[in-house]
Design a protein around this ligand. Sequence first.
Ligand code: PLP
Length: 398
Amino acid sequence: SPLFSAIEMAPRDPILGITEGFNADKNPAKVNLGVGVYYDDNGKVPLLECVRKAEAILMEKLAPRTYLPIEGLAAYDKAVQELVFGADSAVVQEKRAVTVQAIGGTGALKIGADFLQRFSPNSQVWISDPSWENHRALFESAGFVVNNYPYYDAATRGVNFAGMLDALKTMPSGSIVLLHACCHNPTGADLTDDQWTQVIEVVTQRGLVPFLDMAYQGFGDGIEADGKVVRRFAEAGGALFVSNSFSKSFSLYGERVGALSIAAATAEEASRVLSQLKRVVRTNYSNPPTHGGQVVATVLATPELRALWEEELAGMRVRIREMRQLFVKQLKEKAPAHDFDFVIKQRGMFSYSGLTKVQVEALRDNNSIYAVDTGRICVAALNSKNIDNVIDAIAKVL
Ligand code: PLP
């Protein structure tokens, strides 16, 4: 048809391309470090015990599958809002926050972007350089011009904080600033508390609109510690957008559970915001699916399941940390001329390892070890069985 004959092939998703290559690889010792998924020490995606128990409770009830409200399951929205802002926070107590269930963290970003496009179409969006690759595409597809602010500094393997702050200081009022609340993807480099203080100050003074993306709460220093920046922004009092995801923290990737929360100045303002947010959802997918939201709401609202979740999440966090330490220790032995200490300081699932594109290609071609061209590796895909092999291979390409 003339309609289709003019359509060009879209570029391949770089990360899915790695997985395709990995799947086709016949080497039994192959390792995929290109993923954005947590694997346990057996190389499996875990089904958390708290999820299994919540699902058993839900199976027992066998509730009919009616439509959820447009904004999602009320018990879920409440539990998520309290998790994100703190049950005793002023925004929650004063009913200045609204939370809508979303189709994963991606869905939360997208309804936030569509909402902003409707009410602030002339603002531009700023994302970190680099950022999760979907951030740019998502906001562009919502109609925004998307810019980068300086973030990663390859020389120090940390954050170019002076550059970031300078960029924030020159953005026009109303600019939308996307910030990673914790466990920066792809670099693993996070801001310190003191740096956040300065960011919050500039954002507030200049009337910028912060959009915090929290896809890895609990993978950095703990649920509370990782979420602290959200509470600090909320206390600063301006408009605030927060997307969060339970894909990783509940290992519920395919259930697509996330949420968008917005903090406003008054309860009345918040109710107007919610009414418009519901319009955005209604015209996108009408209302969210039931199962994942029910599982998360059940776990968060049942004290013993919640305690179990916190324990299991801590287990994932600690295992990643141990892998970081082992990675650095073994590379010290096998490649003493190279300093990888920065890997221990990085937070979350990922490490910007410093491996070059050529080295990444050599790892793939010689050893069936798959990483992203930028050198991003998923530390959560390392385990006690594959790490020796990975270290030997990296030591060889350095
Ligand atoms: N934001 C960041 C920074 C991410 O890394 C991801 C997932 O990898 C998401 C959002 C999207 O999360 P979800 O899979 O829940 O849509």
